[in-house]
Design a binder for this molecule. Structure first.
Ligand code: MEV
Length: 422
């Protein structure tokens, strides 16, 4: 999605309808798309997606603005229940303009694992598997659906032998999933190839499943925040905050949770398996043996703040809920990515922006002030405030440190009677 003016000014201050109109125009949404956004997932469709359905559980869908990644501008749909996340991402993306983020991703390779038990000679069995590599790949690709035709499919195998606590072989199949997340394709391949592996090893196959630690499907994003824009105190503060996360796993988890606030919200909005993404990200953070921050922050030779984020992102733009869920379809249209790699690159940039926003808030005013501002505006709206009343009511409640629905209603009454001129 190429947007002429990525920095849509005051998007958050607009009314819902005005916001929708802007997104409709920029993303070229149809009336049908708008009704999908309004109506959400029909319960009849939900009933075909999971079991024992009794209702719907909805999340707000927000749009993060100002994201420029690899020179392209994006409106980023984010589904989250947490206040401030969308605003923080948008603001951090704005501070990165005009350069924005640089992001890359590897070939979308994910591994499937077949566990083989009941073996006597681990080494001999492993040798038999490895020497039948070509045969295994050919057969695996017969289970790979349209992937080989699209330039993907099973491309390699690996074998691991474990002696304890149980003797077993794990045969791994590396599959290029193209624009799919890959779970369906890989699980089909793993189940399909298992009898062949039993034949080659003389053992019995047990688990045949994708690994959610996609160390071959990595995305990277980087950004430079200029010191004259964000201030020396923020540069120093973010670096000190990063050192805290490097030193202490209890902090690193929260640091990474902030990153995932952004990534997971985009994963959910686009119908992706957010649990798989989360599991992979946290395992990747612990890959060195200690739990570490997923991002890195340093100062460059100009004194500017440089951030980098690297993590496995197995996400798709085809198949699964991305194609079934009407809101995910519209979200993908709004985002306008050409495929899974581009989606992963934008998600990585969002994660980095989210991380910067959190650290910046934490080292300056703290996280609660922004939350309170947003919370008080929400309470004002819930109490019936309209237009300029919203900010006014919010300000008064913050000044009084009394952010409650009943107080908001009183203040609205006072304003409308011309009584509250604070
Ligand atoms: C809250 O959802 C996320 C943060 O805790 C992240 C962080 O501490 O870096 C603010």
């Amino acid at each position: 999605m190429i947007v002429d003016k990525p920095a849509i000014s005051g998007f958050y201050r607009m009314g819902l309808q005005e916001r929708l109109e802007i997104v409709k125009k920029i993303a070229g949404l149809s009336e049908e798309d708008l009704s999908k956004l309004r109506e959400g997932l029909p319960i009849e469709l939900a009933n075909t997606m999971v079991e024992n359905v009794i209702g719907m559980f909805q999340l707000p869908l927000g749009i993060a603005t100002n994201f420029r990644v690899n020179g392209r501008d994006y409106l980023v749909p984010m589904a989250t229940e947490e206040a401030s996340v969308v605003a923080a991402a948008s603001h951090a993306a704005k501070l990165a303009l005009p350069d924005g983020f640089i992001a890359t991703s590897t070939r979308p390779i994910v591994r499937g694992q077949v566990q083989i038990i009941g073996l006597e000679d681990l080494e001999g069995s492993a040798r038999n598997v490895l020497s039948a590599r070509k045969e295994i790949l050919d057969e695996a690709n017969a289970y790979a659906g349209s992937l080989p035709k699209l330039g993907g499919g099973a491309i390699d195998i690996g074998v691991k032998a474990y002696d304890s606590p149980r003797k077993m072989l794990v045969v791994e199949l590396y599959v290029d999933c193209r624009d799919a997340m890959g779970a369906n394709a890989i699980n089909t391949i793993a189940e399909g190839i298992a009898p062949k592996l039993e034949e080659l090893t003389g053992g019995r196959s047990l688990l045949r499943i994708i690994s959610n630690l996609a160390t071959e499907r990595i995305s990277r994003a980087s950004v430079v925040y200029r010191r004259d824009r964000i201030g020396e105190e923020v540069v120093e503060g973010v670096l000190a905050a990063y050192d805290f996360a490097l030193s202490d796993p209890y902090r690193a988890v929260t640091h990474n949770k902030g990153i995932m606030n952004g990534i997971t919200a985009v994963a959910i909005a686009t119908g992706n398996d957010a649990r798989a993404v989360e599991a992979g990200a946290h395992a990747y953070a612990a890959l060195s043996g200690g739990y570490k921050p997923l991002s890195r922050w340093r100062r460059d030779e100009h004194g500017d703040l440089v951030g980098e984020l690297e993590l496995p992102l197995a996400v798709g733009t085809v198949g699964g809920a991305t194609k079934v869920h009407p809101v995910a379809q519209v979200a993908l249209k709004i985002l306008g990515v050409g495929g899974a790699n581009e989606l992963a690159e934008v998600m990585c940039a969002v994660g980095l922006a989210q991380n910067f926003a959190a650290l910046r808030a934490l080292v300056s005013e703290g996280i609660q002030k922004g939350h309170m501002r947003l919370h008080s505006r929400n309470i004002a709206v819930m109490a019936g405030a309209e237009g300029i009343e919203i900010e006014k009511v919010a300000q008064i409640m913050i000044a009084e440190k009394n952010i409650r629905l009943s107080r908001a209603k009183e203040i609205i009454g006072e304003i409308r009677r011309g009584g509250n001129s604070k």
